[in-house]
Structure formats: C-alpha cells, structure tokens
Design a protein around this ligand. Sequence first.
Ligand code: NAD
Length: 505
Amino acid sequence: MEQTKKAWNRENITVRDSNQYIGGVFVEASSGETFANIDPFTNQKLNSVASGDERDISKAVEAASNAMKNGPWGSMKVEERMVYINRIADLIDEEIEEIAYLEALDTGLPISQTKKMTARAAENFRFYARMVQSVLHGESYPVDNTFINYTVYKSIGVVGLITPWNAPFMLETWKVAPALATGNTVVLKPAELSPLTVDKLAEVIDRADLPEGVFNVVHGYGETAGAALVAHKDVAAISFTGETTTGSTIIKNSADTLKKTSMELGGKSPLIVFEDANFGRALDAAVWGIFSFNGERCTANSRVFLHSSIKDRFIEAMKERVDNLTLGDSMDASTQLGPLISREHMEKVNSYISLAKEEGCEVYQGNVPETLADGNFISPTLLLNAQNHMRVCQEEIFGPVVSIIEFEEEQEVIDAANDVEYGLAGYVWTSDLQRGHRVAQAVDAGMIWVNAQNVRDLRIPFGGMKASGIGREGGHYAMFEFYTEPKAIHIALGDHHIPQFGKKQ
Ligand code: NAD
C-alpha cells in the first residue's frame, strides 16, 4: 500500500538547535556560546546555533585525523566504503521531503525550487560511488624494456569544506560526496546563515553508521571557525564556495600551511540574445535564470545583452513576467520568489537598486505586498538602459535584479561580456550554429550554455575563470584533481645505467 506523504508546513516542521557533530557525537560549542538563526520570512529566531571557534575545529580535525590514520576508513576496501556512500544516498532519499522544507524555511528559497535542488543530493553520492568504482584508477607508462612507470590516486587526508548559504544542502553534498567516496575524512564548516539542513546531513551520516570521526560538522562564523579550519596544519586541503573576496582571504591564510585549495566564487554572468534567437525560449531562460532561487544564484544571468532589433519586444515581455511573478512565503507551493537570506543582504541589494538610478538606469520593479513587510522581500527588478561599465553591471548583486544592455554587433557583445572581473557562466541564444559556437568559444567563462538554461551534467567540470574561481569541481575533476593526489611509481625492469659517481677508476 502506498504511504501518504506528510504535508510539511511551518507549524508541523521540527526545528532543533544546531550543534556540532564531532567524532560521531552531537555536542555544544566548546565556548558554550550560540548565535540566533533568523527566519528570512518573519525575521524571528528560528533556532540557536553552536558558535564554534578554534577549539571546536581542533577537536574536529583531531577526530578526522584519527579516523584517517587509526580508524578503519583509511584502509577500508573500496567496495565496503561504497556501501556506506550508497547508504547515505538511500537515507537522504528517505528524508528528502523534510530536507527540502527545512531548506525553504531556513533560506527563503521557494519550496518548489528547493525540492529540485535537494533532489540532486542523493545522486551526488551515488554518482561518486559509481565513479570511484569504475574510473578512479591510475595509468601505466611502459618505457621500452627498461621501466614500467605507473600512477595511483591516493586520498589526501583531512579535507576542510567551507560552504555558502545560497544552496546549502546541494553544495554541501556536492563536496562531501566526492571527499568521502575517494577515502578522505571531512570537517565541514557550513554557512552561519543556513545551518538547518547540514544538521540533517549529519543525522543521516550518523544513521549510516560511518566510523566515528570520518565526517564532522563545525558550525560557527567564518572569521573564527572558518579561519581556524583554513589555518589548521593537519588539514590537507580546503574546498571553498562563496564570495570572491572571502576566497582571496582563504588563499592568503592557507599559504603558511601550504594547502591545496579549490575556489568556487562569485559571478556576473552574461546572457546574450541575438536577433535570430528562439524568442520565447530565450525569454523563459532569461527570466528563470535570474529570478529563480531568489536571484541568489552564482550562475545567475545578471547581465542580459539584447540585440537592438529585438530589445524593445524582449523588455516588454520581461516586464510582463516580472509583473506576474508570485512573491510569498517560501513554504508555499505557489511562491516563485521568496525572501532574501537576511535583512542585511536585502539592504545590500536595495542599495544597488538605488545605485542603478544614480548611474542612469531606469528601474522597473513591482511592489512588495504590505502583508510581506516582515520578510526580506525585493520584487523582481529590471535595470533598463544599463551600460556595461556601470557598477551595477560589474559587481555581483546576488538578488533578483538584472541589468539589460543593448548591443548591435557580435564582436561588440563579446567584448562587453568579457569586460568584467568575473568569468563563471555564460548563455548564448541564436539560431546560427556557427555563431553559437563562435561566441561560446570567445566568452571568458568556465561554463557556457548555448540555447539552453543552466542544466547541469555531473560529469562536466563545474567552476569559473578569472575572479570566479580556481580549479573545477564535478566528475572527473573533483576526483582526480582535488580529492586525490597522484603518486608516480617507477619500476626498473632491468639493470639500467646508474652513474658510478665517486668510484675509483
Ligand atoms: P561568503 O564568502 O560570505 O561565505 C561563504 C562561507 O565562507 C561561509 O561558510 C562563511 O562562514 C565562510 N567564511 C567567511 N569568511 C571566512 C574566512 N575568513 N575564513 C574561512 N571561512 C570564511 O559567501 P556567502 O555570502 O555565504 O555566499 C554567496 C557567494 O557565494 C556569492 O558570491 C556566490 O556567487 C558564491 N557562490 C559561488 C558558487 C560557485 O560554484 N562558483 C556557488 C554558490 C555560491
């Protein structure tokens, strides 16, 4: 008999306080201190979060180091390790409805969208379980009959993972899955503004019975807990997703202990619509790409370049969409745009809207209904008559705000698209096959979609160039280039020449 699904809502969802998960045990912060996690819809306290510092990080790293060196994890057979990884995926699936609702509650991202985002989490684990079993192997390099050289890919040890608030569960599992599947142990420092679903991840991993210390969570502020993780001498690598300026600080702070780092940073991605584009699909993609996930999306198309011949019609159509978008409680199925993560972030986004006016843009936006005044709402906003050199076209706003820029020529739009500090994603809309490829090749971005919205392929390298990042995550790249280290082994097959240095003639 099919079970009826529980219908989650604000009243019946359980929110517990967020504790550290260290060495297989849920514990308070060493300081005993907590901070309040605030609901973006009501601006009331949701729960208390353990405020971790250097002491909690030390304990977590020690637990993770121990698990690597002395526990069963470091020497476990791959097949056995994958049983754990697949078990985590199955347990996530069992909890996924509740996780999606907790994510919506905590972040203000609409439930219809957190459901899609969190649904990918279990697959992140299964995907890496398959990858590790099928393709994580080295190469051999025979050298005539004198040598056989080969490589093996070894786990790197304790890995520190630092994540942002804009897609917490997806991004955490996106890092935790390859880190564990390749045999490392983990200390995760989640964003202070979105602690709820990482607690669920810790619960799931606890139920999956991973050996103690393999996976640890330390809640806390970036400048304290995060910085301590980066500085810790026993942490081999840091995988970071967040703002470009934070990434730069982390790289500096990791220099003393010579850590390997992976940086997934900010973006200001262009979406270019040529005159021959499929108008309706380009419109759908442009609107979805900036207003989904409340515009708090690293790959958002926050700069839309429109060919002059279609500009007016496209803007009219965008205005109509903006007028029709539904703002509301992120826990309601009908909500398309929820409240932004915090009051402070909302004020930052609003300050960019004021700046746009000062810089000469015409601002088109709807009103936020009075009933939503307690939440951090910003209605979807078009910045018309924008010019690429303006600050609103150069800086990441990270909200439901899009700059609309007109162009005439292909080279002109390529130059403008590239005239920015960032290089994360890009989107090109045209029916001309050659132009599509040409522009995709010419735009400086780690990822380009042609005639497509941002559809992910887990096998493909994910990440940006320029100020948008260093290194890539995803499939092969996460496994071979970040979470493992190649070791080269050289075997002599015979007596090759060795100089007899210092030998008496
Ligand atoms: P943030 O940089 O403020 O914080 C990210 C994490 O870093 C948090 O856990 C924070 O506590 C921690 N942190 C802050 N200072 C630190 C320090 N000195 N040392 C160690 N850790 C520190 O970013 P955010 O506001 O949470 O997230 C939004 C940003 O993330 C946007 O710029 C967005 O573009 C970016 N992002 C990028 C990608 C990508 O894949 N490129 C994906 C999602 C988000």
